[in-house]
Design a protein around this ligand. Structure first.
Ligand code: SAM
Length: 255
């Protein structure tokens, strides 16, 4: 599918300078082509045909997941100039690229307030203008929380994003449980980090424990939605929870 047929406008989003990062990434994919198994071959074929992969290359995003956040942001107005964003599980940095643009963290629009983006990941992240990266760092480690509080202006974020995913074991229930407990750990840090009225967006893999996370979000936020962006592969159980208006819950949550 050509880029112009993607379900939402890509051209509105200005290109970001990370061409050398892209070259490095594609070189790495190419060099792994030899001796691959059938499954790896299928993955590679799907990857190379994927319109969002192609669009990410054209738009200089570090990976296709940028389009998930772009779409969710376009529909739900999560980010705007001046906001402070904590991006958890930020590597390789595509969501941070979108966040930097949307909150004007690099100050490229002199007429809008300047926001702040802090990305955290277990993995190294290549530098990005307008973003601060804390890596390698485990979000669940109390020392990371301390550093996050020191780095965020005023010690608070207006938006917590989490696209975190533990290394998948392939055992669906186990992977689901691990991701839910990662999201719950992050949510447990919200009282320290998240500004009242703030937003929490996190990735989950749908499963039997999703209701636990949903309940917790409904207790703490005024509104909680489940969102599946088009860029999220249909065959994947991946869904996002979007919770808004932190600390301003009106209704009671049934037991
Ligand atoms: C799907 S990738 C994120 C992609 C990213 N949103 C982007 O657009 O570039 C998931 C990331 O979560 C990170 N992660 C998993 N567990 C983590 C943890 N406990 N602390 C920090 N990062 C974690 C992984 O290292 C991985 O880089």
């Amino acid at each position: 599918m050509p880029t112009c047929l993607l379900p939402f406008s890509l051209t509105r989003h200005s290109k970001l300078a990370c061409a050398s990062f892209q070259r490095l990434r594609f070189h790495t994919v190419g060099s792994r082509c030899k001796n691959r198994t059938g499954t790896e071959h299928l993955w590679l074929m799907r990857h190379l045909k994927d319109p969002f992969v192609k669009a990410a290359r054209v738009e200089s995003y570090r990976c296709r997941s940028a389009f998930k956040l772009l779409e969710m942001n376009e529909k739900h107005q999560i980010l705007r100039p001046g906001l402070r964003v904590l991006d958890c599980g930020a590597a390789p940095g595509a969501w941070s690229q979108v966040a930097v643009q949307s909150v004007n963290a690099a100050g490229t629009d002199p007429c809008s307030p300047v926001g702040f983006v802090l990305g955290v990941d277990l993995l190294h992240i290549f530098p990005l203008e307008g973003a601060t990266f804390l890596c390698p760092a485990d979000v669940t480690d109390p020392r990371t929380l301390q550093r996050i509080l020191e780095l965020l202006p005023g010690g608070r974020a207006d938006v917590i994003l989490s696209d975190m995913a533990p290394n998948a074991t392939g055992i669906r229930n186990l992977d689901h449980d691990r991701l839910i407990s990662l999201c719950l750990s992050l949510l447990g840090m919200a009282p320290d980090i998240l500004h009242p009225g703030g937003t929490f967006l996190c990735k989950t893999w749908a499963g039997s424990q999703s209701h636990q996370l949903r309940r917790r979000l409904m207790e703490d936020f005024q509104d909680t939605k489940i969102v599946k962006p088009e860029a999220s592969r249909k065959e994947s159980s991946e869904v996002y929870f979007l919770a808004t208006q932190y600390g301003r819950r009106k209704r009671s949550v049934k037991q």
